[in-house]
Design a protein around this ligand. Structure first.
Ligand SMILES: CCCCCC/C=C/CC(=O)SCCNC(=O)CCNC(=O)[C@H](O)C(C)(C)COP(=O)(O)OP(=O)(O)OC[C@H]1O[C@@H](n2cnc3c(N)ncnc32)[C@H](O)[C@@H]1OP(=O)(O)O
Length: 716
């Protein structure tokens, strides 16, 4: 797990060996301790170089070991021994130096990095803080403001930025290990007094209290209830105000709390779930590792509204040639400006040339004749999409993959209009499409494994978390959103206000509540979908029962007033002017709700946050179980990643299905039964049979659910 070699006569080369990322497993830590002792005790060794096998220094702690009984030696004493020795120790950083890996490097006297290396302390993203001295050494080395930013965001930085910050001493384009060996020899026997970071005073900051107060406020606001970023600030404050050893004790205490927290478990689950969803499978048995993607060099986007523009940017940034088609001249002109602007600003931020040359614009759909893949992104109108798919099937070269960016329409139906339905796949992007990480990739009943593999790979190229799901109304994300939104409307009928519902959801950790979100995306978006799905019956627009089930027309009535949300300056909230982002409670809405309740003989009652959360979240989770039972999502991780990366579900709660397992499946079942008894006309509250089955099986942990589902399917 770590190898020692004597090189160039006097340099002890210690190589970490734990593929794929040389993580600090118990065995690797033992290897480091043993090899370092060997090097420091060997009189022939005058200096030491630490590096990692396969051109990666170290990806930090072995995350798989978290949540298990920790064995193996701790690293803090070894890092202290390294720092205290009189033999110069040089870290040769290639690939990544992350978390514990960077903390180990900070204990070394010198750091030399390859120009392509990435460095960072991403512990916060796993619900932790850098607790093998990182929170104490980094501020001493690069100053408090830069250290706080790196530690609270977990951002990975380039070698160039690390050099600028003073985090590394030298950056090289040639062999990092060779350079480190030469350098180590050149400093053998020299004093290391000025190289021991723990001895440095933290760079002075005037008005420290005010700085930390401001930082804490900012971090708290962004954290949405996550505790690790707060602990990170507290640890850095200890570095800035206390002697090193006292700061280390604060670091230890803070880590003790975080290490066993449910938030850390959720974030660590998310780390692996994000990677698990790329290993997709289809009900037919086709899988990611047996299906070959086709190369995509040139792609087309049809329709340059908001979504089409974002998709064009995402494709161009992924290095593809793009043909962007828009039939309306004015829209095409505007799109060109917007797309160029986004690409130019992004290139400026990265210090690179923009990728404009890769995009050609046309108003003629025949311009897509030679592309490898088309993404249709016209307005969400079934007849329009049908027409486009028929045209595409006629003009594209044989073998072109035809994708639809739809949030709810039937992928199978669109596929049936083409000559080759096996080439058709849904690509549900989220606005803004070049920013949002999620891509729901929808395979239809005829989609080929090759088509799915191609689209999944394209998603990865665009930097998306791509999740493969089956075809059904709303796919996974919007299908689960329906019961969630319905419950929010019912809560308004029963006495809640939009502010109360939103406040409960924001306290849970969502960046905004359901009504703010609805105002932001436009209340009319779901109005249109509702009108198609739930046509008004003979009993009229205000009817609270449709098809024998409870229905709330509140959202429809609001839209009839032209209150389409932020864009019109009025929705569930009021705004200073159309487009303004500052939402204020609206007395008009309160009055509207009171009059509505009076018309329907509804008596408002006091509703608390717990009820809001149980009804909104448990009904959404219940639908998640139905989706798993039907095989629309291959596993709970798929649902969770859709919600974390597309719907603002707080990452530190792991996604709805992981959250359900943390709350306890028996409790979720009991509360759903309770609410279903109270509202028998709301089918979403009727507990799904998979949930019952899991509870009967003793509520296994989330990673075991697939076994139960498989058993159910094999018994069908
Ligand atoms: C327990 C007591 C000991 C304490 C020791 C000191 C404690 C320090 C705290 C920490 O260090 S917390 C960990 C901080 N490190 C990270 O957060 C890094 C996580 N990894 C990454 O960001 C990336 O993996 C990478 C290193 C940048 C490489 O990215 P790349 O895209 O090239 O590959 P991936 O697909 O992400 O990963 C490949 C493969 O490796 C697995 N893996 C990656 N990092 C770790 C890790 N730190 N521990 C365990 N496993 C790791 C990853 O899951 C992939 O495997 P899979 O089977 O394909 O899923």
């Amino acid at each position: 797990m770590a190898q020692f070699t004597l090189v160039s006569g006097s340099v002890g080369l210690i190589t970490l060996q734990n593929p794929p990322v040389n993580a600090l497993s118990a065995a690797t830590r033992q290897g480091i301790v043993d090899m370092m002792n060997k090097a420091l005790n060997d009189p022939e060794v005058k200096s030491v170089v630490v590096c990692g096998q396969n051109r990666i220094f170290c990806g930090g702690a072995d995350i798989k070991e978290f949540g298990t009984k920790i064995s193996g030696p701790p690293l803090i004493p070894t890092i202290h021994t390294i720092e205290a020795t009189n033999k110069p120790v040089v870290a040769a950083i290639e690939g990544s130096a992350l978390g514990g890996g960077l903390e180990l490097a900070l204990g070394c006297h010198y750091r030399i990095a390859h120009s392509k290396a990435r460095l960072g302390l991403p512990e916060v993203t796993l619900g932790l803080l850098p607790a093998i001295g990182g929170s104490q050494r980094l501020p001493r080395l690069i100053g408090v403001p830069a250290a706080i930013e790196l530690i609270t965001t977990g951002r990975h930085i380039t070698a160039a930025e690390a050099l600028q910050l003073g985090l590394v001493d030298h950056v090289t384009r040639s062999s990092t290990v060779d350079e480190a060996i030469k350098f180590a020899q050149s400093v053998e026997g020299k004093s290391l007094d000025s190289r021991r970071i723990s001895n440095y005073p933290c760079p002075h900051l005037p008005d420290l209290d005010a700085v930390f107060e401001g930082v804490m406020q900012e971090v708290r606001q962004k954290a949405h209830g996550a505790i690790a970023p707060i602990a990170c600030v507290q640890a850095v404050r200890a570095a800035a105000t206390l002697p090193y050893l006292e700061g280390m004790e604060i670091e230890r205490q803070l880590m003790e709390t975080l290490f066993t927290s449910s938030q850390a478990r959720a974030l660590q689950y998310t780390f692996f779930a994000q990677r698990a969803v790329s290993r997709w499978s289809m009900p037919s048995g086709a899988r990611w590792d047996t299906s070959m993607p086709k190369p995509v060099h040139k792609a087309a986007v049809i329709g340059l509204g908001t979504m089409g523009r974002g998709i064009t940017v995402a494709l161009a940034q992924a290095g593809l040639s793009v043909v962007a088609v828009e039939t309306q001249e004015k829209q095409l002109k505007e799109a060109k400006l917007v797309v160029s602007g986004i690409l130019e600003r992004a290139a400026q931020r990265r210090g690179m040339a923009p990728t404009l040359a890769k995009i050609t614009y046309s108003h003629d759909i025949r311009a897509v004749a030679d592309v490898d893949l088309v993404i249709e992104a016209v307005f969400e109108d079934e007849a329009l999409k049908e027409k486009v798919f028929q045209q595409l099937s006629a003009v594209c070269k044989p073998g072109t993959f035809l994708c639809t960016n739809t949030s709810s329409l039937d992928v199978d139906h669109l596929a049936s209009l083409t000559h080759n339905p096996e080439l058709v796949v849904g690509m549900h992007f989220f606005a803004p499409a070049h920013v949002m990480k999620l891509l729901e990739v929808v395979y239809g009943s005829k989609s080929s494994p090759e088509a799915l593999a191609t689209v999944m790979q394209l998603g990865k190229r665009m930097g998306k978390v791509s999740v493969a799901v089956g075809n059904c109304w709303g796919f996974v994300g919007n299908r689960m959103l329906k019961p969630y939104m319905e419950q929010a409307f019912y809560l308004l009928e029963e006495g809640a206000t939009p502010e109360l519902v939103d406040q409960a959801l924001v306290e849970f950790g969502f960046p905004m509540g359901v009504f703010r979100m609805s105002d932001l995306s436009g209340t009319d978006v779901y109005w249109k979908i509702r009108k198609e799905a739930e046509p008004v019956g003979a009993s009229g627009q205000e009817a609270r029962v449709r098809k024998g089930l409870r229905y709330s027309p509140l959202g429809d009535l609001l839209c009839e007033q032209g209150r389409f949300g932020q864009k019109t300056g009025q929705g569930w909230y009021q705004y200073d002017k159309p487009g303004s982002r500052v939402a204020r409670p609206d007395p008009w809405v309160h009055n509207f709700l009171e009059e509505y309740r009076a018309r329907h003989g509804l008596v408002a009652r006091r509703i608390d946050h717990a009820e809001v959360l149980e009804r909104c979240l448990y009904s959404l989770i219940n639908e998640g179980f139905r989706i798993l039972e039907e095989g629309i999502a291959a596993g709970p991780e798929d649902i969770d990643m859709i919600y974390v990366f597309g719907y603002g579900w707080p990452k530190h709660r792991g996604g709805p299905m992981f959250y359900a397992s943390m709350v306890g499946l028996a409790k979720i079942l009991e509360r759903l039964e309770h609410y279903h008894r109270a509202h028998p006309d709301v089918p979403f509250m009727q507990p799904c049979s998979l949930l019952r089955k899991l509870v009967t099986c003793g509520s296994p942990p989330v990673h075991k659910w697939k076994d139960v589902i498989k058993k159910i399917h094999s018994q069908l």
